[in-house]
Design a protein around this ligand. Structure first.
Ligand SMILES: C=C(C(=O)O)c1ccccc1
Length: 364
């Protein structure tokens, strides 16, 4: 058997195969309650063939929300709604972890409690757009978090991690990528703080490490993953020296005994090319635990990357939209269906739960 289809452990999480369903925002949660519903139960159950499912990004607090209709994990009602999803995935023999998300400055006042400003390490607008009830809108000017607010922010991550445990997940993934709050603190293009959380990389990495401390205390390191995007410009993120920044961060991760490191290799959903002096392999070599590679992997690349030892797991996103049985299709080398981009974000069951598993008839 191809190593890609053999069982593996991501810390304490036992996976039937090495193919992971990557987080995919689909904007179909109830916008008022932040709760998932019946169609999420079907959507995730249909995809339980993945070795591990990572849920769509899920905000840890009202302040951590940055788009319409993204789900939350900060109220008992949201946890109860997610419990229906995890029960269904487990019944179908799958494993599922929840991605803990705080958007930071990638938000809009209309999405914030009391129409307040989004929060960030510094009062610098990302200069990108987000989706609100009025469609695509420029992100609002954020305010800089006060030093005294940091403990409450860490407590919000801990509260969400606890609720995710109550909801029956097999683990959680901390979202440290794609220009959201934790990535905003890590990178020099968004963190201009002059206190202990800004300036040298040791300071810029402090919040991420304190969040990991809090979340692993609840879950144990072996059920906590972390997603990073060192070289991605997503959501207006940038760093003067990402290779240096992330070599430091990854070395610091090893003390937590994490379930896995989920690495976006290159630009999120885009080019895998790196600049002179940048090396994914160097970063990968610094991490002691299971390595989950992401960004543009197709069947051939996935087979190769696991076989040659580059990765223990391959996280694949968009192909899972229209191929609920992607693992089976890769196993048998069957045709891969294309998803309809018009129904990627927002809407109902169309383009969400109505993609069928492969069948000969449909293919003819
Ligand atoms: C959570 C996201 C990410 O990590 O990029 C996201 C958000 C909105 C649209 C696509 C992706």
């Amino acid at each position: 058997t191809e190593p890609l289809f053999t069982p593996a452990k991501a810390g304490a999480i036992e996976a039937d195969n090495r193919i992971v369903m990557a987080p995919l925002t689909r904007n179909r949660a109830d916008d008022d309650t932040g709760e998932v519903g019946d169609m999420h139960v079907d959507y995730y159950r249909q995809r339980a063939g993945a070795g591990i499912i990572i849920t769509e990004a899920t905000q840890i607090s009202p302040e951590g929300k940055g788009y319409i209709q993204t789900p939350g994990i900060h109220t008992p009602g949201q946890a109860a709604a997610w419990r229906r999803v995890t029960d269904a995935v487990h019944e179908a023999g799958g494993k599922i972890v929840l991605q803990l998300w705080h958007v930071g400055r990638i938000s809009h006042t209309s999405l914030q409690p009391n129409g307040q400003q989004p929060v960030a390490p510094s009062a610098t607008n990302a200069g990108v757009k987000t989706f609100t009830a009025n469609g695509f809108e420029a992100t609002s000017d954020p305010r800089a978090l006060e030093l005294v607010e940091i403990p409450r922010l860490i407590a919000d991550f801990a509260n969400a991690a606890k609720l995710a445990k109550d909801a029956g997940f097999d683990g959680v993934e901390v979202h440290g990528a794609n220009g959201y709050l934790l990535d905003q603190f890590l990178k020099t293009g968004s963190n201009y703080r002059t206190d202990g959380y800004g300036g040298p990389v040791e300071n810029r990495a402090k919040l991420l490490l304190e969040v990991l401390e809090a979340v692993t205390r609840i879950w144990g390191g072996d059920r906590v993953g972390l997603r990073l995007s060192p070289f991605s410009p997503a959501n207006g993120s940038s760093d003067d020296n990402p290779q240096e920044t992330f070599e430091y961060v990854i070395k610091e991760l090893n003390r937590f005994g994490l379930a896995y490191l989920h690495m976006i290799e290159g630009a999120t959903g885009g080019s895998r090319d790196l600049e002179e002096g940048q090396s994914i392999d160097k970063l990968r070599a610094l991490f002691d635990g299971p390595y989950m590679a992401n960004n543009g992997y197709d069947r051939a690349m996935s087979l190769e990357a696991v076989k040659n030892g580059h990765a223990d797991f391959i996280a694949i996103g968009r192909p899972f939209i229209a191929n609920p049985d992607l693992v089976e299709r890769y196993r048998q080398d069957l045709p891969i269906a294309e998803g309809d981009q018009k129904t990627y974000y927002g809407g109902g069951r169309e383009g969400y739960t109505d993609y069928p598993a492969y069948s000969k008839e449909a293919a003819e």
